[in-house]
Design a protein around this ligand. Structure first.
Ligand SMILES: Nc1nc2c(c(=O)[nH]1)N[C@H]1C(S)=C(S)[C@@H](COP(=O)(O)O)O[C@H]1N2
Ligand SMILES: [Mo]
Length: 256
């Protein structure tokens, strides 16, 4: 379903774009009226699919929570900075929100817990072909971005993580990072999760805080969050593709 939805979306947007391009050039010709009408219909359908991005991901019942949620990728970062934060019970951990914002933020875990929050039971879909259902509680990202005040030039958020997943990367692109556009950033289910199944977020799931972006595949859900940077583009980060796995061939848009 993931692939077909994404495929259809692309086809419709592409077709509408082509027709609109043609109509622009031929708009003086009365013979294109039918073509214009068709283009408008296609555009409306494409638009509906785009708007569909704000729809909520399905939520599940307590009984459906996976007894053994899988963990993937980094499960216990050995980075010294992370180890020091962990040893102090994350008392010194700060989540920084900066980049293209009017008022950069630096939030302790307690401050994050004091923000407007949301709890949701959702299914995590990894691109490797497994899914698990978990209950997540976290600060809603939208209100935090409003507090920081995104500058008009901000188009994406970059999630910088504490863990080195590819220590052998010769070009230094070894840390985990991810990015999303502002539609996903402001999606009502996008939260900075500090609790899972009613307990503080365990280390293997990204302690002390990981992002949940419920309309995207698993690799977008950055764990071990340290910093959220608002940017105009991400060409200068890592290998320029917007994420650790994107730099290694995965698609940037992983919508489900
Ligand atoms: N920092 C960080 N975030 C990460 C990863 C990682 O290795 N490091 N792996 C990603 C992948 S591929 C998946 S499927 C999920 C796994 O989350 P889980 O361990 O809670 O199942 O985290 C994503 N976020
Ligand atoms: Mo994944």
């Amino acid at each position: 379903m993931t692939v077909s939805r994404r495929g259809l979306n692309g086809v419709l947007l592409g077709a509408a774009g082509l027709l609109l391009g043609a109509c622009d050039r031929l708009s003086m010709n009365p013979g294109v009226q039918r073509g214009l009408a068709a283009a408008e219909g296609l555009t409306r359908r494409a638009q509906r699919l785009v708007q569909d991005r704000s729809a909520l991901a399905r939520e599940f019942s307590e009984a459906e929570i996976s007894p053994d949620f899988r963990a993937n990728g980094s499960v216990g970062p050995s980075d010294p900075e992370y180890r020091a934060l962990l040893a102090a019970g994350f008392a010194d951990w700060r989540l920084v929100i900066d980049g293209l914002v009017e008022r950069p933020l630096s939030l302790s875990l307690d401050e994050l817990r004091g923000q407007p929050s949301r709890t949701q039971i959702t299914r995590h879909d990894c691109v490797e072909g497994w899914s698990s259902i978990g209950k997540w509680t976290g600060a809603k990202l939208g209100p935090l971005l409003d507090r920081a005040g995104l500058k008009p030039t901000a188009r994406y958020l970059v999630f910088h993580c504490a863990d080195t997943l590819d220590p052998n990367a010769m070009d230094g692109a070894n840390k985990y990072y991810e990015s999303v556009d502002l539609i996903d950033a402001y999606h009502p289910q996008t939260i900075l999760a500090y609790a899972m199944n009613g307990a503080p977020l365990p280390m293997k799931y990204g302690a002390p805080c990981r992002v949940r972006i419920e309309r995207q595949l698993g690799y977008k859900h950055a764990k071990y969050l340290m910093r959220i940077e608002a940017v105009a583009d991400f060409a200068h980060l890592g290998r320029g593709k917007g994420g650790f796995w994107e730099d290694r061939g995965y698609e940037w848009y992983a919508g489900i």
